[in-house]
Design a protein around this ligand. Sequence first.
Ligand code: PHE
Ligand code: ZN
Ligand code: ZN
Ligand code: ZN
Length: 295
Amino acid sequence: MNQGNTSDREGLLTGDATSADLEGTIPAVYDIPVLGASFADGVALAAEDSTAYLEVLPSETRVDQNVIAELPGRNPANVVMAGAHLDSVIEGPGINDNGTGSAAILETALMMARSHPENTIRFGWWAAEEQGLVGSAAYVEGLSPAERERIALYMNYDMVGSPNYVQTVYDANESTFEAPVEVPAGSTAVEAVYESYYTMVGEPYDDSEFSGRSDYEAFIANGIPSSGLFTGAEGLKTEEQAAIWGGTAGEQFDPCYHLECDTLRNYDAHALDVNSDLIAFAMLTFAYSTEPVNG
Ligand code: PHE
Ligand code: ZN
Ligand code: ZN
Ligand code: ZN
């Protein structure tokens, strides 16, 4: 696939990019309950009935931005969207979480920059996911009902190259959303595209929990069909999973999850390669028709 020339890239990625200011509050220091003699080790500053002082710094407010890029299709009323969070935790650089998802959608955007799709395609690089899904929630909640209505589906990519990976698809049947939120029916058609691709290229896959632990939450809560890919975070790989995908049983899918060591070495090249191709495949598929999702 041709990657497009520089001016086309600029057309997609800067000419049409918009951003909105977001405000989030980061608690700098948490209140530690003072419970007489039951201090934890290292917090035993004072004996029972004596007085302890805690210095509590004021919480900090910062401004952050989502980056949104859109390529208009022949049909402006049908928008296909993919997103990945661009921030990391304060503790580390966040290469697997979530440089992997961010890079994969950037590559898809560059690849499609010179295409002329039927549907309008839109990419979101979310801010402040780690502070509580702040950027994606602000984006979805900031849309008018008419703008929300135009979004046919949303695909989420958060951690798609874990070093001790499993390849999983968010599964609508494993939803843990609480009533009255229900996973929109079209979500299963997005899952089906991922699953048929893995089957086609001979890669094993499994379902994963649709828990609201990433940026798809606001889309689901607003009735927009969604799914996504996930290669595992702090969970431990089972013997059964190691037999299927290789790697090390008993170790975390990402041993550097939310740590300083989530650096440029912290990803699996095979998982990232397969998933990057799939992320492009899914966007290309829905760029031409969302019929299976929206009927
Ligand atoms: N959202 C989590 C994070 O950024 C990762 C995660 C994604 C966990 C999907 C579970 C399911 O840390
Ligand atoms: Zn994270
Ligand atoms: Zn993440
Ligand atoms: Zn499934």
